[in-house]
Design a protein around this ligand. Sequence first.
Ligand code: AMP
Length: 420
Amino acid sequence: MSERIQAPRGTSDVLPEDWPARRSIEAVAQRILEDAGYRRIETPTFEATELFARGVGESTDIVQKEMYTFQDAGGRSQTLRPEGTAPVARAYLEHGMHKAPQPVKLWYLSSFFRQEKPQAGRFRQFWQIGAEAIGSADPAVDAELILLLNAILEEIGVREIQLRISSLGTPAARVEYRDHLQQHLRAHADELSGEVRARIDLNPLRAFDSDHPGTQRVMASAPRLLDHLDADDAAHFAEVRALLDAAGIPYEIDTTLVRGMDYYTRTVFEFVSGALGAQSAVGGGGRYDGLIEMIGGPPTPGNGWAAGIERMALAAEQRPPVPPVVDLFVASAPREDGNGHVEAFALATEARRAGLAVQQELAGRSLKGQLKQADRIGARFVAILGDEGIALKDMESGEQETVESAAAAVARALKGRHPG
Ligand code: AMP
């Protein structure tokens, strides 16, 4: 036998038993977002590498070490999308959506790819539901997006949710702050982890994310960006907070909140769940007022979030699975003319055309085995095609009657169908 081929490390199959939970997450998100005027978008699975290099940022972990990048036959560098915001921003630009009433509100449900170290809740291909509102700088957009994700997580039943928010200000305020932070890091360089020390110039903000004890001690006394905001940014953040307060949603201001993409400006936020392990972030996002310009468009404000479907499923209460409805199982008894299976097949087809959920015998079981199978899958009726015509068995009452035609069997099964 040849060696067995397995799924790539860090990927997982979404098996039939996983779907009821996923489907309900997807349905809740779709309803809540579409009711708020968000419309679905799907962008290509891969994009020009340049989109992420410029959009997400050269110095980010995503671009530096996590992207699946390849050359296509034309020698162009392409990358499997590691996130959804840069592609949606590209689509907004490419399709002239700035001409539509603003903000343009879009949502997506797609899979993303990052070459991260796999662990519980962290995969190399994962699914996200995301929402983006492009074209308005109004703080109401920030607050609405946060409330929508909160509503989704609550309705799904994600346990122990906590919301953390902060503001990153404008790029100019950030540059100034970066200087302060670099000075602080350099002054304590010998207490930092080697990795953080090596990245003081490139990405000092990531030091807040380190789990190295020495680095954490240094960061506890580091200057905070929130204390260095411009007046406009501070007022914007105050308004977002006032709207969240008015909506009665609890949050914590987390001055150490840094996100993995360079495009963020002003509001950033993250929902974490205490029901998850080390990878506790369920979803997050924020404002990205500079992104569209970075990828070649005019200055355009934007804001959005993404939430991981696997994490939401892990953090939600388990609900008992609802078994699929089977209105009719079509069985056939051995017949003298040997044609029972052809008629059974025709009956199944006719019943499906009439709108019934139908399964039929596909594995050559004995009649007894077929009835057992019908019972196992919870069929409401079983049609048995035998020498004496068609017998229809009501699996609830156990009663069996002979019907004169396939059409009669279908009509009877339709009448006895469970409502809903
Ligand atoms: P991000 O795009 O990094 O802001 O992540 C948004 C959300 O996507 C996170 O809060 C997670 O729920 C989910 N997520 C991000 N990366 C992964 C991953 N490697 N595996 C599973 N879920 C992920």
